[in-house]
Design a protein around this ligand. Structure first.
Ligand SMILES: Nc1ncnc2c1ncn2[C@@H]1O[C@H](COP(=O)(O)OP(=O)(O)OP(=O)(O)O)[C@@H](O)[C@H]1O
Length: 291
């Protein structure tokens, strides 16, 4: 099932420095499938966040169509958007937790918003379940305040909140941002496990190549097109898409440039040590790569 369909999306903003409209997204079309992790990648400033905001219905495109979970939400259809919003979760870059509420109340918030009639005991059980899904012990974490959490714990709580309404789709904005490589690896594993366990679709925006290769079933490379002889920007296009292997083996010039050394190297599934492609045993941690 195709969970997200973007067709010919374009978006321009007024550039106050150049005093004119500037195309940011130029005719972007892409899809994301149920049960897969789709990763959108692109250099800084290419419009990833703009695209993310359009996907979650917080920014209005100038033209094109967006369908989510088989409902058209753009051109704006408020009824469909409201309905679809209950069926997708969002993990924002820094978790976007309410700092004045404890962890349990943060996770309970979307449940109460959509099902205010539910008894508090039921909500508590749901909160505990969501915390366990992100590998946090409810007894230890639900009374903590966000300010006392580590970066990785904040992300997990943000993810538990994104899971609160049993979504069919989760959007992730830079899930590894601000995390050290070890914590980032645990978040990557969690993203993969949730797709496997719950069969949901995930759309991830990132510029972290190692994370992208660790989690993606499909990758989409965005490219900012800049004409040679002036400062204008023609807007970002979808340059190439495919499986991680397709892109690793790609001969297209920008893909090779963007992925750089990753075209010839592979990451250990266990310790993320980067080494020559198709290695059988990791030269750092010694783990075989077959499973
Ligand atoms: N509301 C806005 N008004 C004017 N320009 C905007 C607006 N939002 C984004 N832009 C411009 O659009 C371009 C793309 O920005 P965006 O934040 O989407 O890129 P990005 O790929 O997410 O960047 P990064 O990886 O650095 O976060 C930038 O030049 C930015 O200045």
């Amino acid at each position: 099932m195709t969970t997200v369909v973007l067709k010919n999306i374009s978006k321009s903003f007024f550039n106050s420095k150049l005093k004119k409209m500037e195309i940011v997204l130029n005719n972007i079309s892409l899809t994301a499938q149920h049960g897969e992790v789709t990763v959108l990648m692109g250099q800084s400033g290419c419009g990833k966040s703009t695209l993310f905001r359009i996907l979650i219905g917080e920014e209005i495109a100038d033209s094109g169509c967006v369908s989510i979970l088989e409902k058209e939400v753009f051109p704006l259809n408020k009824k469909n958007l409201q309905e679809v919003k209950k069926k997708f979760g969002i993990l924002f870059q820094y978790g976007a937790l309410f700092n004045s509420m404890n962890v349990g109340d943060n996770i309970a918030f979307p449940i109460l918003e959509h099902q205010p009639q539910l008894h508090r005991d039921i909500i508590d059980i749901m909160v505990d379940t969501k915390l366990r899904q992100v590998s946090l012990e409810p007894e230890k974490f639900k009374h903590k305040m966000p300010a006392t959490l580590s970066g990785g714990e904040r992300k997990r709580v943000g993810l538990a909140r994104a899971l609160a309404l049993d979504p069919q789709l989760i959007f992730y904005d830079e899930p590894s941002a601000g995390l050290d490589p070890i914590v980032s690896r645990t978040i990557d594993k969690l993203i993969k496990n949730l797709v496997k366990m719950l069969g949901i679709a995930s759309v991830v925006i990132t510029h972290e190549l190692d994370s992208a290769f660790a989690i993606a079933d499909r990758m989409i490379i965005l490219k900012r097109a800049v004409p040679e002889h002036n400062d204008d920007w023609d807007g970002t296009i979808v340059y190439e898409e495919g499986t991680p292997d397709d892109l690793r083996n790609s001969q297209k010039p920008y893909t090779v440039e963007f992925l750089g050394e990753f075209s010839n190297f592979e990451i250990c599934k266990n310790c993320r040590f980067v080494q020559q492609k198709q290695f059988t045993t990791c030269e750092k941690c010694g783990k075989p790569q077959s499973e």
